[in-house]
Ligand binder design. Structure first.
Ligand code: ATP
Ligand code: LTN
Length: 330
């Protein structure tokens, strides 16, 4: 049987966080043997926020190195940079003519980001989900492994794909979100009702994948909890719930097992244990990352080869799309 296709993307909009890792990237490596996988550093999406050019270049390369450090094998997966494959932007124009203003207005990420960057509510921020839909559809992806914040965008992708398929003829596979049961939404350490996000300006809110052990310890010590004082799963203890989630994913335990392990223990002991678990999981990733960043020629080879492979698949779909809508081939 032919392998199913997977597509996912990550923005080079800052340093990767524990949220990106536990909710998305960590799971990608587990799929590489069973699926035909495409993973993309979506630099074009990152432009919806202002990026300092030299930082964007650095973060894009670091993003790629991070995917490799997290265990993605470039022989088994196609790893590439979005702006290297022009079909994404070309398809996005066409699909933006098939996506309604009302649909895009309902996107919660648009609403959240508009509130956060009220001085820069640009057209790209609004049409962001159309470009994302094209990322997915150009590769005929069946599954899209993401954190739960991206579910709404994948539903929109399906709606637009179905519209195209119905208006013309079947062209796109129908993608489904692939969301982990635990870890799909890691919360901010400072405001546990908000998701941990790499563009958060408060450094203490995030664990970055490259944070050294002492920084990780300090951030967990300062993590906002509550005055209940019991390690348990309760709706009015979002900070503790978040720490239980992190520990459970790092240790491969269920949340209930974590609660049992820390029964009768104080928050101080629990926070130290969570920090140690995270440090242990990140250590090999950090070592590998530094090794890769010292070898720019290798990284270049990986993204060039990835772009060539991605381009072939994406072009094929774009050609079909153009033909079906009535564009004359040259
Ligand atoms: P930004 O702050 O720039 O929006 P981000 O941290 O939300 O960035 P993205 O590049 O948008 O990160 O997301 C990459 C992947 O990480 C997506 O699959 C997303 O669902 C997942 N992800 C992001 N934040 C979290 C989180 N807090 N918990 C779990 N998964 C997350
Ligand atoms: N919108 C996503 C990043 C992203 C993506 C994609 C994810 C861009 N294109 C295609 C999955 C599939 C985000 O903000 N996390």
């Amino acid at each position: 049987m032919e392998k199913q296709t997977i597509f996912s993307g990550i923005q080079p909009s800052g340093k990767l966080t524990l949220g990106n890792y536990l909710g998305a990237v960590r799971n990608w490596g587990k799929l590489q043997d069973e699926y035909n996988c495409f993973y993309c550093i979506v630099d074009m999406h990152a432009m919806t926020q202002y990026q300092v050019p030299k930082d964007l270049r650095k973060q894009t390369l670091e993003g790629l190195a991070m995917l490799l450090a997290c265990g993605l094998d470039p022989e088994k997966n196609t790893l590439f940079i979005q702006s290297h494959v022009p079909a994404h932007a070309e398809a996005a124009w066409l699909m933006s003519c098939m996506t309604y203003f009302g649909e895009l207005s309902r996107m919660t990420q648009f609403k959240d980001k508009s509130a956060k960057q009220s001085d820069n509510i640009n057209a790209g921020l609004f049409t962001y989900p159309v470009l994302m839909a094209c990322d997915i559809l150009l590769y005929q992806a069946d599954l899209v492994p993401v954190g739960s914040d991206q579910k709404q965008h994948i539903e929109l992708t399906r709606d637009v794909a179905e519209r195209f398929n119905n208006r013309y003829s079947p062209t796109f596979a129908m993608p489904k979100p692939y969301i982990p049961k635990v870890g799909a939404k890691i919360m901010s350490l400072q405001e546990p009702e908000k998701k941990m996000s790499k563009s958060d300006e408060n450094d203490n809110a995030n664990i970055y994948l490259l944070d050294p052990p002492e920084v990780i310890k300090k951030k967990f010590k300062r993590a906002v909890t509550d005055s209940v004082g019991v390690v348990q799963l309760a709706d009015d203890q979002p900070g503790i719930k978040n720490l239980i989630t992190i520990y459970s994913v790092c240790k491969n335990m269920t949340m209930d097992q974590v609660v049992e392990e820390f029964e009768g223990q104080g928050y101080g002991v629990f926070k130290d244990a969570v920090a140690d678990a995270v440090i242990e999981v990140l250590k090999p990733v950090q070592d590998k990352f530094h090794e890769l960043m010292a070898n720019k020629a290798y990284l270049e080879e990986v993204y060039k080869d990835g772009a060539d492979r991605a381009e072939r698949t994406a072009r094929k779909t774009l050609r079909k799309m153009y033909k079906k809508v009535g564009f004359i081939p040259r």
